[in-house]
Design a protein around this ligand. Structure first.
Ligand SMILES: [Zn+2]
Ligand SMILES: [Zn+2]
Length: 303
């Protein structure tokens, strides 16, 4: 006699259940194509392609995801003019991690249920699940990231960007192809350099960015040290911080979610916080949030 499975009502428990999960082939196709394209990088190397890769990695990952989607849109760690707000949002769209509203809502649900049953990406459901597979399956109908980001759904420009986030990557690709073609001297040489810029500036850059962001979900809830008491398994990892523009100081972040600074000890290098401070000096960033010494002492784990 086979027992009838008890229906699970928890959206993510339902989603990870192998019997119920449904693959999201559109997402798998896009992520798979990006990784396949990245495999061509050793054969299409050029020094200018490497420069394109580095600049766009900083724009998409540093300004877009880390400063924009995460510290500004999700946690409101600082205030800035609208033009800058939308600029970093569009930079974030270049990483193809979903639209900004969906990203913010998903991340807020991660904080709300961190390392619990309803956490969208906890290593408690498996390291590989937390790293990359969580986003490759269709959501349960009760998983509602847009409800967790209602402040953003009221903004018509943000709703438009969220709906059409995919197109910015294509516009960038067209610009890179044209740039590489003319910089390469046109003709066959131009096409070859254009190809290098596409592989390094789109495919390799986006693939690296996926793993940089995913490591924050998987590695920094698994390995590293803890400065502060939190109710989850968040940890600080120097190597994830280097790969993700400062996001690896993740225990600090879970302890002080609104803080613009994720590195809170002097040795915790946080390039994004340094950038926010510089933006503060030129008047673009205002009301930059940082915990006081007293607030930090309250949650401190004695060495
Ligand atoms: Zn976390
Ligand atoms: Zn966060």
């Amino acid at each position: 006699m086979t027992a009838t499975p008890i229906p699970r009502r928890i959206p993510f428990a339902e989603k990870i259940n192998p019997e119920n999960r449904r693959a999201d082939w559109a997402v798998i196709g896009f992520i798979g194509a990006i990784h396949l394209g990245a495999l061509a990088s050793p054969w299409t190397f050029s020094w200018s392609g490497l420069v394109v890769f580095l600049i766009l990695s900083w724009m998409g990952g540093g300004l877009g995801i880390t400063m924009g989607f995460h510290r500004l849109l999700t946690h409101q760690s600082f205030k800035c003019p609208k033009w800058f707000y939308y600029f970093v949002t569009i930079c974030g769209c270049l990483q193809w991690q979903g639209g900004p509203i969906r990203w913010v809502g998903t991340h807020r649900l991660h904080h709300k249920h961190s390392d619990g049953e309803e956490d969208p990406h906890t290593p408690k459901h498996g390291f590989n699940w937390a790293h990359m597979f969580w986003c490759m399956f269709k959501d349960h109908e009760d998983f509602k990231p847009y409800d967790a980001a209602k402040d953003l759904t009221k903004d018509k420009v943000m709703v438009w960007i969220d709906k059409y986030f995919v197109i910015f990557q294509f516009i960038l690709a067209a610009g890179l192809y044209a740039g590489g073609y003319f910089y390469g001297g046109q003709g066959t040489e131009g096409h070859l350099l254009a190809l290098s810029w596409i592989v390094w500036g789109i495919f390799l850059r986006t693939a690296c960015a996926y793993h940089g962001t995913w490591l924050v979900n998987s590695a920094t809830h698994t390995w590293g040290y803890r400065n502060f008491k939190t109710t989850d398994d968040s940890r600080n990892s120097w190597w994830v911080a280097l790969l993700s523009f400062g996001e690896g100081w993740h225990n600090n972040h879970h302890a002080f979610q609104r803080s613009a600074a994720h590195g809170l000890k002097w040795w915790e290098f946080d390039i994004t916080y340094i950038t926010i401070r510089l933006l503060g000096l030129v008047g673009i960033a205002k009301d930059i949030v940082k915990p006081t010494t007293a607030q930090m002492e309250q949650k401190n784990i004695p060495a």
